[in-house]
Design a protein around this ligand. Sequence first.
Ligand code: MN3
Length: 206
Amino acid sequence: MAHVLPDLPYDFAALEPYIDEQTMRLHHGKHHAAYVNNLNGALAAYPELAAKTIEHLLTKIDAVPADIRQTVINNGGGHANHDLFWTIMAPPGKGGGGEPAGKLAEAIQSTFGGFAKLKETLNKAATSRFGSGWAWLVVDDKRKLQVYSTANQDSPLMQGHTPILGLDVWEHAYYLKYQNRRPDYIDAWWNVVKWPAVAERFAKAS
Ligand code: MN3
């Protein structure tokens, strides 16, 4: 059973003006699609692994044969990370924007000292990531929230953490509209974060 590129849950232009249509088309239809194709290519020689979910493969990455392990880290990570990314965003006013509520808001308060502090911490992780990578809000193995960044397509799943919010800071995610102004892209992105989806992931992970 091959991995498939999921459809976007909204139109390519739906996140305008914060994330532009052309970026969304290329990001989803070229970048994410390539991760899926490369992952399937690597797994073709290992039918028993091809039947596993991507979450399973990344969580147990040491069990993946050495000859395809880095390919699975890069392309399987790329697939899982983008799968999350599309679903934790929504058009402003249609689920996107605003602030977290409920138990997630309580956990953010007790861990970071409030939403403003969480934003500050995640913004710092995202702006200071050198080169390509992601900034994350995760539920760690002790069921606590943590913010950090990873390089390339490295998934928090590989260290036993469950990502509940992820921000792609590869240049392909923002360069067409924001060029070198990564901080402007990060500021804009908060307007399309779909907190109910993050809260759902938080509830499942904790
Ligand atoms: Mn990307």
